[in-house]
Design a protein around this ligand. Structure first.
Ligand code: ZN
Length: 282
């Protein structure tokens, strides 16, 4: 697991095992806030050890940026902590979490100790703020990667933990492209020092503008490609020819996962497009 100090009392963790997934910690004098847990239990426990032994504070709150397993299934390793997330995140974790976990346990014994712990405090629209030490953490909805997504801004440092609303390759299979475009535009206007992506490396101030443009261009390119393919005699064959590079992204992102995620984006978008075309309102 990689670890880095982002600013005073703000730390970043990145998995070396699963999809470069990230998590964060903001430490106050008496207790700490964790932003997302890591995908592999051992790595979440490693993060907990660092907080308790090096920073010497207990974890009082965990903020889940969204419900996906790689960001929220470590909640159970902080039994005293209060979990904060969006209303929707809580709902989805209650509705689907247990079944998903049962399936995962059959495939991977590493999840044996995992339990689903849904959020205790939730919000719907607007923002909520949590004060830890000298820092204000404000939470805002940033849906699109998933409907329940939120980001956490460390106001004093202008550091944004974006969850999967910001990724080296935007991923919309469980979400909505138009919503993600709005979220990325919103993030682009925040005047940030760093964007902490849900997967991948920290984006520095000087890189933010280009990263925002590149992600918006990618989303616009896949939307166009799917619409063009839909008009062809064999849409799925046409889609299979749409390479990731032709949509402005490199295949090396996310440790080689990018190409597969790109394929899944195209197929999901095509399905959504077909559903829209068939809906009676049109
Ligand atoms: Zn993720």
């Amino acid at each position: 697991m990689q670890r880095e100090r982002v600013s005073e009392n703000v730390y970043w963790f990145q998995s070396e095992i699963y999809a470069l997934v990230t998590a964060g910690v903001i430490a106050g004098p008496q207790w700490a806030v964790v932003i997302d847990t890591l995908a592999i239990p051992e790595e979440t426990l490693g993060m907990r050890d660092f907080i308790e032994e090096e920073l010497r504070v207990p974890v009082r709150y965990i903020i889940n940026t969204h419900h996906h397993a790689d960001h929220s299934w470590g909640n159970c390793f902080f039994p005293g902590a209060t979990i904060i997330a969006s209303d929707l995140c809580r709902q989805v974790m209650i509705d689907r979490g247990t079944t998903a976990l049962e399936t995962a346990k059959k495939q991977n014994p590493g999840f044996k100790q995992v339990k689903i712990v849904p959020p205790h405090i939730t919000f719907d629209k607007g923002t909520i703020t949590l004060r830890v030490g000298k820092k204000n953490l404000s939470m805002v909805p940033t849906p699109g990667h998933s409907t329940d997504g939120i980001s956490v801004l460390v106001e004093e440092d202008r550091v944004l933990f974006a969850g999967d609303a910001f990724l080296p390759l935007p991923f919309i299979v469980d979400g909505n492209l138009d919503e993600l475009v709005l979220s990325i535009k919103r993030i682009g206007k925040m005047g940030l020092e760093n964007i902490i992506q849900g997967h991948g490396d920290i984006i520095l101030r000087g890189e933010i503008e280009d990263a925002v443009k590149e992600n918006l261009a990618y989303l616009s390119a896949i939307r166009k490609a799917v619409r063009a393919a839909a008009r062809r005699r064999n849409p799925l064959e046409a889609l299979a020819e749409v390479g990731i590079e032709s949509c402005g992204k490199s295949r090396v992102h996310l440790g080689g996962l990018a190409e597969e995620l790109h394929r899944r984006n195209l197929r999901a978008l095509y399905r959504q497009y077909q559903e829209e075309e068939q809906s009676p309102e049109k």
